[in-house]
Design a protein around this ligand. Structure first.
Ligand SMILES: C[S@@+](CC[C@H](N)C(=O)[O-])C[C@H]1O[C@@H](n2cnc3c(N)ncnc32)[C@H](O)[C@@H]1O
Length: 283
């Protein structure tokens, strides 16, 4: 559990010299890289995206799909009193929205700095603090069948090497019949440069190449890792873990949204899906 002094928003990201390569990266190296990257870059990330994310909004993606309207978590009336696990929660914005619906969220994240920001937002807004847990999503520190719902908005799944294990862990901590809803970069984007302009519209690499994207320092140690699964891989992984996929949402770029988020832009969003939201039920 996190109970630190809230941070000042001062730390710059420090990975500008990292070299981008495609190479294997195992579970330990990926986890270390993610923790370090999000710790170093949390301040900058929240300065850039904090206003879009809001303090207590549940947005699934840069396309701005909002849970208040999308209702991918099921009947919102059922959220009252529900124990919800948010995985890769960052500054716990989604968990705060869930708490506002009467749910009992727990916000889990690998990054201590991100969780410090979660605590800062709670304290600045004088809210009841969201319970925070610092842990890796592939080793969940909870008893079997302890949650009624699990969710993740771009948290953990794109960064973990062993997502089959992550899915099994989520399955283990959920009660039978519970939903697991998570958003990730749409797998098709893997084949395209992560650029918001026209250069991001031409496929330059294979969608079928699962070799991770790694940024490494001068010693060759990974400082940032993303892992790719094709749509088929993801569906099989979910089925093997014991989930039933009941919807796959590909949010369209909305009219009037002009802001960019990294490689997500109106130009690309009108032609290519940028996000996939998997809506699953634990058997
Ligand atoms: C893009 S942020 C998503 C959080 C929030 N929904 C947002 O939009 O800011 C990704 C988060 O996943 C966390 N994360 C990455 N790998 C993780 C892992 N293996 N276990 C738990 N959290 C992880 C990062 O620390 C980061 O806070």
């Amino acid at each position: 559990m996190i109970n630190d002094t809230p941070p000042e928003m001062t730390e710059p990201g420090i990975d500008d010299d990292a070299e981008a390569v495609r190479r294997e990266a195992g579970a330990g190296e990926s986890s270390r890289a993610s923790r370090g990257w999000w710790d170093r870059n949390a301040d900058e990330y929240l300065l850039e995206h904090g206003a879009f994310l809001g303090d207590a909004r549940f947005t699934w993606c840069p396309e701005g799909l909002d849970e208040a309207e999308a209702r991918l978590l099921g009947d919102h009336a059922a959220l009252r009193g529900a124990r919800v696990l948010e995985i890769g929660a960052g500054a716990a914005q989604c968990s705060r929205w869930l708490a506002d619906q009467g749910a009992l969220p727990v916000a889990l994240d690998l990054s201590h700095r991100m969780l410090q920001h979660a605590r800062r937002i709670d304290e600045q807004s004088a809210r009841t603090p969201v319970p925070l847990v610092e842990a890796d999503a592939t080793v969940l520190p909870f008893a079997d069948a302890s949650f009624d719902l699990a969710c993740s908005a771009y948290g953990a799944v794109p960064f973990a090497a062993d997502t089959a294990r992550l899915m099994r862990e989520v399955h283990r901590v959920l009660k039978p019949g519970a939903r697991w809803v998570f958003s990730v970069t749409h797998p098709i984007r893997w084949a395209f440069p992560d650029e918001p302009g026209v250069e991001g519209l031409t496929a330059t690499t294979s969608y079928f190449d699962r070799t991770p994207y790694v940024e490494q320092d001068e010693s060759g140690a990974a400082v940032y890792v993303e892992h790719h699964r094709t749509l088929g891989d993801r569906v099989r992984e979910l089925a093997l873990a014991g989930f039933r996929l009941i919807d796959l949402v590909e949010p369209e770029w909305p009219e009037g949204l002009t802001s960019e988020w990294g490689g997500w832009s109106p130009l690309r969003g009108r032609r290519l899906p940028g996000t996939a939201v998997f809506v699953c039920v634990r058997d």
